[in-house]
Design a protein around this ligand. Structure first.
Ligand code: GAP
Length: 458
């Protein structure tokens, strides 16, 4: 596994320079904490999502997928508890008007958690500690700040209806539970998976793509009988860890945290956070919650619809299923994969930066490089690209010296470079360079597809 010589400065700079992540709206001076994913970042997000979907949906008979709408009837968020309870305690610097999480300020000052405290308790503690803003100014009284973004549907002021941008993808799954059950005939235990954007008006976004206002989630609601929920949560925890390892997240930097009762989300009876040692601190990468029958029960009550599940072995037994929820952010996953892959080493007195991605996560798996821009080499290299590109993600690069191109491919984590040289025109063979070992082998062009099929199968 890669050395932990990585810093956020190095990752942010490499991400921008090589086209993984750019600051959002940059030509207009940017928009704080918004990020755009460049060619390589877009590809890696796709790789992460495709692999997740393959592993947790396509490979399992007990899982199906869903793609719900971002805008939902506002009553969904009343039933889910988000209108009443999805808030953080906000204070404002009276001079600069910068906003802070009051709980974080107290925790930083005392080193103790104030999770589960009421606003009054937090206000009392702020007074007792005589806390000021980081700029040394007085703070406003704390108020509950709901994290949901509100927007309006409708043409005129009078006719418009307020709706929320979803703060989690999960609710579309609960709302469609009965549809999926009726249309697929699935029996519990079974799960519904969804990948999609979520939005939160975070008071303190930051740390690159770690905490943003707009992000993407990969969520599963796994419907179960209440009895035996503990075994399901253990199994899912193992499955999540196994996936982390399979996509190259450094296991030494990942651990489970049993979330204390007072810190549990309003819907959860037990939560395991998967924390990752980011350069800015050890923080939540993913969550796994036992949401009981909280959501389906509430939606049944608020909507008046019957969301019970009929036991196929006993038609008289009707239950509201319980739920175990593995929830993973695409953006944090990408960040953990980037940080885990980053490595530096010295080669012939020079620093070599290598992203040691697993081949199925790498933006490109192969780079085809004619030794120079000479026409006959281009003519030799293009058919090689064309033969490989239908099967793998292949870059084609004929700029700069071959040494510089190797370094560039190392920095973007391409596992193999295929060099077409003058000998290739004669012996119909190419040189393949391995990213990690830098060893080179000569392989006949006719055997390339078989060679890579062996190396790049997962
Ligand atoms: N449905 C449960 C749920 O949303 P959560 O712990 O609030 O639980 C799940 O979010 C995951 O979504 C987190 O573990 C993280 O990976 C990602 N996530 C949450 N808020 C985020 C933010 N502001 N920016 C980036 N990712 C975020």
């Amino acid at each position: 596994m890669a050395e932990t010589n990585v810093t956020m400065e190095k990752i942010v700079a490499l991400a921008k320079q090589r086209g993984f992540v750019y600051p959002g709206s940059a030509i207009y001076g940017g928009l704080a904490n918004s990020w755009d994913f460049g060619p390589l970042g877009a590809q890696m997000r796709m790789n992460i999502k495709t692999d997740w979907w393959k592993r947790f949906v396509e490979s399992r008979p007990d899982m199906v997928g869903l793609d719900g709408a971002i805008l939902m009837n506002p009553r969904v968020w009343e039933a889910s508890g988000h209108v009443a309870g999805f808030s953080d305690p906000l204070v404002e610097d009276v001079k600069t008007h910068k906003r802070y999480r009051a709980d974080h300020l107290i925790e930083e000052a005392t080193g103790e958690s104030v999770d589960g405290w009421s606003l009054d308790q937090i206000a009392g503690k702020l007074k007792e500690l005589e806390l000021k803003s980081p700029e040394g100014n007085a703070l406003t009284e704390p108020k509950a700040f709901n994290l949901m973004f509100e927007t309006a549907i409708g043409k005129t002021e009078e006719s418009k209806a307020n709706v929320y941008l979803r703060p989690e993808t999960a609710q579309a799954i609960f709302v469609n539970f009965k549809h999926v059950l009726d249309s697929t005939r699935k029996r519990i235990p079974f799960g519904i998976a969804q990948i999609g954007k979520a939005f939160r008006n975070e008071i303190t976004p930051g740390n690159f793509i770690f905490r943003t206002l707009e992000f993407e989630q990969m969520e599963i609601e796994y419907f179960i009988e209440e009895e035996g929920w503990e075994a399901h949560i253990e199994k899912w925890a193992d499955d999540m860890e196994a996936w982390a390892e399979s996509i190259g997240i450094d296991g030494d930097r990942l651990h489970r945290l049993e979330v204390p009762e007072e810190s549990l989300a309003h819907y959860s009876k037990r939560t395991i956070d998967f924390e990752f040692a980011f350069p800015f601190g050890t923080k939540e990468l993913w969550g796994l919650a036992y949401r009981t029958d909280f959501d389906l029960g509430n939606h049944q009550e608020h909507s008046g619809e019957n969301l019970r599940y009929v036991d196929p072995n006993d038609n008289t037994r009707k239950i509201v299923p319980h739920v175990v929820e593995p929830s993973m952010g695409v953006d944090r996953t990408l960040l953990a994969v980037l940080l885990s892959a980053y490595d530096e080493e010295e080669v012939n007195g020079d620093k070599r930066v290598v992203m040691r991605f697993k081949p199925h996560m790498a933006p490109y798996q192969i780079a085809v490089l004619p030794l120079s821009k000479k026409e006959e080499l281009q003519a030799g290299a293009r058919p090689v690209f064309e033969a490989l590109a239908p099967h793998w993600r292949v870059d084609y690069d004929e700029t700069q010296s071959i040494g510089k191109r190797y370094r560039r491919q190392d920095e973007i984590g391409t596992p193999y470079c295929v060099t077409v040289d003058f000998d290739s025109l004669e012996d119909k063979a190419v040189t393949i360079r391995d990213r990690d070992t830098m060893e080179q082998v000569r392989v006949p062009i006719a055997e390339l597809e078989r060679w890579f099929a062996e190396k790049l199968s997962i």
